[in-house]
Design a protein around this ligand. Structure first.
Ligand code: PXP
Length: 259
């Protein structure tokens, strides 16, 4: 087999534009515009756009989802809590994908993975309703073998592995624990792919961590927001997205080298 045949498929980059809305909402009004940021990210190489309509509407608002869906030519990944209200909005908006996440009002960001095992018939019903509408359903889970097995059991098409704990451990200088969490992520990716689930990952990623995780051959998509929007303050959104694309491609090459 040639190197070309062995090369794992490229990783798609979904740019999360939530924090463009955070800045906009700090003053009210319409600047900076979420759709303009999304179109710029796409022009710079994003394969898709992700937006999380939180129940408290703290950043993305209903109108943003409608406009993103109307104006984007790339897939929209609608992040949402697994509630009747959000499923109703998703059915109306008809995004390419829905990523179901746990949500607590007091958290600053999505802190843990979804409890798929404990989600019972209600979660399974939401997954089924969305899938029947032709929406690709992704479950945002910790790299926990039971949660991944449960995700396959209830018919999800995708799991997005929560990289937040790994990124935090690295940032705090806890090298050994970070390495152990990275290995959990690696095993989770292998397990999920073996169960027929498409593997995505996200949360807390920056250039270094995105490059490091791109060696997982099962990985098909990364969803990245906070770091890219923060970097955009210094270098512009186009440059931060372009550089992210480059480091992901570089990480992928390392996967080829070990294949
Ligand atoms: N994926 C999911 C499921 C998320 O909830 C988030 C945060 O909204 C992200 C990816 C992106 O995380 P970050 O903004 O830290 O890059």
């Amino acid at each position: 087999m040639t190197a070309l045949h062995r090369q794992p498929p490229a990783i798609r980059l979904g740019v999360n534009v939530d924090h463009v809305a955070t800045v906009r909402n700090a003053r009210g009004g319409v600047h900076p515009d979420v759709v303009r940021a999304a179109l710029l990210a796409v022009a710079a190489g994003a394969d898709g756009i992700t937006a999380h309509l939180r129940e408290d509407r703290r950043h993305i608002r209903d109108e943003d989802i409608r406009r993103l869906k109307a104006e984007l030519l790339v897939p929209l990944n609608f992040e949402m809590a697994a509630t009747d209200e959000m499923v109703g909005i998703a059915l109306e908006a008809a995004p390419h994908a829905c990523c179901l996440v746990p949500e607590r009002r007091e958290e600053r960001t999505t802190e843990g993975g979804l409890d798929v095992l404990g989600g019972g018939v209600t979660l399974a019903r939401h997954v089924d309703t969305l899938a029947r509408a032709g929406i690709r359903v992704s479950l945002f889970v910790a790299p926990d073998p039971d949660q991944i097995a449960a995700s396959a059991d209830i018919g999800a098409a995708v799991v997005e592995l929560h990289t937040g704990a790994w990124c935090e451990l690295r940032a705090a200088g806890h090298g050994a624990e970070a390495e152990a969490e990275f290995e959990r992520l690696r095993r989770a990716a292998t397990q999920a792919a073996a169960l027929g689930l498409e593997v995505h990952a996200g949360h807390g990623l920056d250039y270094e961590t995105a490059e490091a995780i791109s060696v997982f051959p099962e990985l098909r998509e990364l969803n990245i927001g906070h770091f890219l929007i923060g970097e955009a303050i210094f270098v512009g959104l186009e440059a931060s997205v372009r550089r992210m694309r480059q480091v992901i491609a570089h990480g992928r090459k390392a996967a080829l080298a070990v294949a």
